[in-house]
Design a binder for this molecule. Structure first.
Ligand SMILES: *[C@@H]1O[C@H](CO)[C@@H](O)[C@H](O)[C@H]1NC(C)=O
Ligand SMILES: *[C@@H]1O[C@H](CO)[C@@H](O)[C@H](O)[C@H]1NC(C)=O
Length: 551
């Protein structure tokens, strides 16, 4: 029941209509004008929420992140009926410590005029704390005799003022503009995939803009983005691509020192479906599937791959999320990181995300299998092996932090391991569905890895390299317990209070004191008291040396 309408300026308009929801026949427009989309997403386009009375559910469900530098939002609307339309508007936020009370420059109830009107909403951070604040804009419009309720969502990123002086990223809140752009495209992609009646994709091309400095420079320099923020900091020359059916988020890595053009890189990742051969299912969720398979490259060589995809039951949002999260480690090149090899789109079916993998299995599943066989004669992990695996994770985390990326979901389930105990960190695409007992909602519809989160991430949803250190501690605990569930007896809703009271995971049986001390150190209440990955590396290397010396 959705519609997506995208109008890039100076280009052909592409319309894909599945089912049209008329709440009032051609009677109203509500949209973000080009300046606003430019400001928020760095695209030269308009984003319609309601166009001639047709509600765009995709756009409505898209939570637009607002970087800390942007203090006001603008919306455009117009009544297309012969008379103004009555509205009621209300703004709700979930954090009045981080964000001052939002102010509109229109009254909370009034009439939508018959001409184009722009109204603004101020979102001023207090600077007292860092947080990601949810802002909901509810608009009720009366079209006799019905009332239509619309909800627009924003996520305002607020940074603590003093953190601008501290160069360490302890308080840093990730910038999400690039991920917003990915999501914007993912929404488009997902929609296109879902459309059964694509007549033609008229050579839609989105001109990329030169000005991409949408982000606060000071914040950009010291905080970490969930995706590829370097692209935001270094504005690059404009280029274009001719089809948005490919995964267009590659524009984000444009500044990487690479002589290749954008087109070429897109072509590089888009893989023909016929070259992918699925063999067996290795993991299965309610709508997710992870397959082992092969990919035959154009040169004729066959490569073992892991394929993440979803079933027909998956919603568009789930498909978007798969694409968005699957791209989070794109183009990273490190022996301990599993980055995506390719994406394959085929009309009318879910995308395939391909990862280059040979003889690797999911770390959590691997550890649990170890547990089952450890009662018998099979392999159990020695402390030395555990430390070696931990050191590999540290290498990978060190690398992604150098690239200004935060993983935000470091856990055994998001790593893979081979039979020589070589570890790679993977993205978290589909993990919520594949490992449902590791994620919980605390009444806010957000399914989070509660028991892996640092206290500040749990409470304020803030992430930093130090919050990743916390999750690393939990991962280390998983390695030593062969993937037991952490805090199995604690209700997810009680977690924050439990941690605040000073309780932590208990020392696993057979876990040496030195190793447990490292974990406990990762779970310091105050982020600054936690070790850095560099310190962890030094410390664990030393411990490893001791083990090899005396064992
Ligand atoms: C808008 O309408 C919905 C029901 O349609 C109601 O629950 C909500 O309170 C209304 N909002 C405002 C701001 O009046
Ligand atoms: C609200 O403020 C914006 C500028 O911030 C301006 O363009 C717009 O016309 C104002 N709207 C009204 C209704 O005053």
């Amino acid at each position: 029941m959705q519609t997506f309408l995208l109008t890039p300026v100076k280009t052909v308009t592409a319309l894909f209509l599945l089912t049209i929801i008329h709440f009032c026949n051609g009677i109203l427009n509500i949209y973000l004008n080009t300046q606003e989309v430019q400001k928020l997403l760095g695209l030269e386009a308009e984003l319609f929420y309601v166009r001639q009375g047709i509600v765009n559910d995709y756009a409505l469900n898209f939570v637009v992140p607002i970087p800390s530098k942007i203090n006001s939002l603008h919306f455009t609307w117009e009544s297309l009926a012969s008379k103004p339309l009555p509205y009621i508007i209300q703004i709700d936020t979930n954090d009045d410590e981080a964000l001052e009370e939002p102010k509109l420059n229109i009254t909370s109830s009034g009439l939508i005029p018959t001409y184009t009107q722009v109204f603004s909403l101020s979102l001023q951070c207090t600077g007292i704390v860092s947080a990601e604040v949810d802002v909901t804009i509810s608009i009720n419009i009366t079209v006799n005799p019905d009332v239509t309720a619309l909800k627009l969502k924003r996520k305002k990123i607020c940074t603590k003022i003093e953190s601008a002086i501290n160069s360490q990223a302890v308080d840093a809140v990730p910038i999400r503009t690039s991920s917003a752009r990915i999501f914007y495209y993912a929404v488009v992609c997902a929609f296109v995939l879902a459309t059964t009646s694509i007549m033609c994709v008229a050579g839609l091309y989105v001109r990329r803009n030169k000005q991409r400095r949408t982000i606060d420079e000071t914040t950009a320099n010291q905080s970490y983005s969930a995706f590829l923020p370097t692209a935001i900091r270094n504005p690059t020359t404009s280029s274009s691509y001719s089809s948005f059916r490919r995964m267009p988020s590659y524009s984000l890595i444009e500044d990487r020192p690479s002589p290749k053009g954008l087109q070429e890189r897109i072509a590089e990742l888009t893989i023909q479906r016929c070259r992918v051969c699925l063999r067996n299912v290795v993991l299965e969720g309610t709508f997710s599937r992870v397959y082992q398979g092969t990919y035959s490259s154009e040169g004729g060589t066959e490569e073992e791959v892991l394929v993440k995809t979803v079933t027909d039951h998956a919603s568009q949002v789930q498909i978007s999320l798969l694409l968005q999260e699957g791209m989070s480690m794109y183009a990273l090149n490190h022996p301990n990181i599993l980055s995506i090899l390719g994406v394959s789109f085929e009309d009318n079916s879910a995308p395939f995300l391909l990862y280059p993998l040979h003889n690797y299995s999911n770390l959590k599943v691997f550890l649990q299998r170890c547990k089952i066989c450890s009662e018998g004669v099979a392999h159990t992990l020695t402390t030395q092996e555990v430390v070696d695996m931990a050191l590999q994770v540290i290498e990978a985390m060190h690398y992604i932090h150098k690239k200004h990326i935060l993983h935000k979901d470091l856990a055994a389930r998001n790593c893979v391991v081979d039979n020589k105990l070589k570890i790679k960190i993977a993205d978290n695409a589909l993990s919520r569905d594949l490992f449902p007992s590791d994620y919980h909602c605390l009444g806010d519809n957000e399914n989070r890895p509660i028991k892996w989160l640092a206290l500040e991430s749990l409470i304020n949803k803030t992430f930093s390299t130090r919050s990743e250190v916390w999750s690393f501690g939990v991962l280390l605990w998983e390695l030593t317990t062969l993937a037991q569930q952490p805090y199995v007896e604690i209700d997810p809703f009680e977690m924050a209070a439990y941690l605040k009271d000073g309780y932590r995971l208990v020392q696993p049986i057979n876990c040496p004191d030195e190793l447990f001390a490292v974990m406990a150190y990762c779970w310091a209440m105050n982020p600054e008291d936690r070790p850095t990955f560099l310190q962890l590396q030094v410390c664990l290397k030393e411990f490893y040396m001791q083990l090899t010396r005396y064992v």
